[in-house]
Design a protein around this ligand. Sequence first.
Ligand code: GAL
Length: 664
Amino acid sequence: MFYGADYYPEHWPEERWEIDAKLMRDAHINIVRMAEFAWSKMEPKEGEYSFEWLDKAIDILSKYGIKVVLGTPTAAPPKWLIDKYPDILPVDVNGLTMGFGSRRHYCPNNHNYHEYTKKIVEAMTEHYKHNSNVIAWQTDNEFGCHESVCYCDNCLKTFRIWLKEKYGTIKNLNDSWGTIFWSQTYNDWDSVISPRRAVTSHNPSLLLDYKRFMSDSFVKYQKMQIETIKRIIPSSQITHNFMGQFNQIDYYNLARDLDFVSWDNYPVINFGDITFNIKKLSASVALSHDITRGLKKQNFWVMEHQSGPTGWEEVGRQLRPGEMRLWVYQSIAHGADAIIYFRWRTSTSGTEEYWHGILDHDAVPRRRYEEVRLIGEELKRIEKYVEGSVVNSEVALIRSFDNEWVFEIQPHAHGFRYMEQLKKYYNYFYKRNIQVDIINLWDDLRKYKLVIAPGLIMVNDEIAKNISDYIKQGGVFLTTFRAGAKRWDNRMNSTSLLGDLKDIVGIDIDEYGAIPTGEEISIKVGTEIGKASFWYDVVKFNTAKVLGTYESEYLKGRGFFTVNNYGNGKAYYVGTLPNDKILQIIMGKVLKDISLKEIPIKRKESVEVVRKIKESKDIYFVLNFNNEESSVILNKSMIDILSGQQVEKNLHIKPLEVRILIEK
Ligand code: GAL
């Protein structure tokens, strides 16, 4: 199993490198990622390449048995290049050029940037093509991080070409976008705009197409890098470090051209939540893992794993003793085949002076180093059980970037977010140890017993057919409010709701509305009464049967939750956002239709249990995300492969403790 750190030898004197390599080896580190921000060091002046320093670092590391992932350095174009071609810099929504001085300062459609990207990637791959210590490549760094949208004139030109390929004629574009509204009709391709700042909101179809175009631009830009590397090293293994729940780029498309995917896992991050209460965080981190695994339907790497307090301007908190280990095992439980910490040693300069690595600024090995070493030792011991083990889910949740973007453009109800709804459903399964795959709209649904598509506002024929075929052959499907309301071009359907999904779900929507933000209405399923927020659909059922109703307002007695028999399967509809209490009852009803493989371990709140499989044997990861001792009940006694001991039915787990259990 690969175990490592992100290493920046260019930040430290050469005399230090061997000491680092030795310390790494002692901590069982066998891989580093390097060079993804080292363009100015590898090509200090145009065409003058300098790889001696990197050769030397790689040689030293290899003496200690440490392999290398090389990153292409394109997330930070050097100053000489920007000075020569200032048009590489991206332009913001106000038409202002963003300056040099941080990172990701490039337009993905800039021709000059493409040429220089090819040159540096070619130079690196040519130089390292025979170096067997370089075992993988990473493209760029975190595509879609920061504001990865450009509105420059060249992007506009490229956007017009993209649109022409998509719509063929300007008439089709006008029809699709409905530009008759507010007199926006375009007479020719050259008059089409990009959505720079206007007096007020732009046309939603234009906005969606611009998001798609930008996403495609980065996918294409990455493909160019991949093709360059593969041309020179056909057998190369290429990855990219994704960012969990980020949504600027359609990750399914970005993953398509890669050999495997990786992601950067910072569970306790000061840009998000640095709470001590980690049970608030664990489900969301689990979801990010599952999102990453779903991109290629295969295991992944963690290319940056938190190893200390995060921080740019403000500093996050230390991971408590044992906490890093817990997050590491959660990563492995959800499909990580490699753990690489960010970063080896904390930088003494630059924006990330407070983003701590394994070692502090002074490089004295302290608690975090010792924990890394112990985890490394442990992983070596158990890798024969866990390496290559896979999650096998029977439930899938659909995450569609196109649909997420539609809600980003028009949240419908103030503060509503597509991902928050998805998380509600995800959390239901998370709390019950039911493994979930996160998949795309076009994926094969047949392997799942249950497919849930929250926020499926936009569908097309192909997607509707995929869903319909799945249900007809016996699948159980659930979707939620606004399903099928829009066409794939982000215009409203002029047919009645639910558009292409109407027959499948077997209902009509009589009327709908937003629930005022911060307010709730009452809903009822069976005898249970709970609350709902953000949206209400008043359902009129055709072939479907009503299972839940509204209780307040003029809606009293009207349906929001239905089920329809369709082919050999069933389609459920939830026309509002129920609170957890009602969601639990709804899902309880849905799960009665299917039988999921039981996990022989009963958990308590905030003890996560994940089942993986290796060579048809089950492995259970039991992770205590509580700050207190907790326990789980096993159906039978098992072996804990971490301690090698047999554990009995009532298993106590200390705070932040991990158990990995196999059957005897
Ligand atoms: C990641 C990024 C790294 C580093 C780290 C800490 O998002 O890939 O290069 O910036 O965050 O900020």
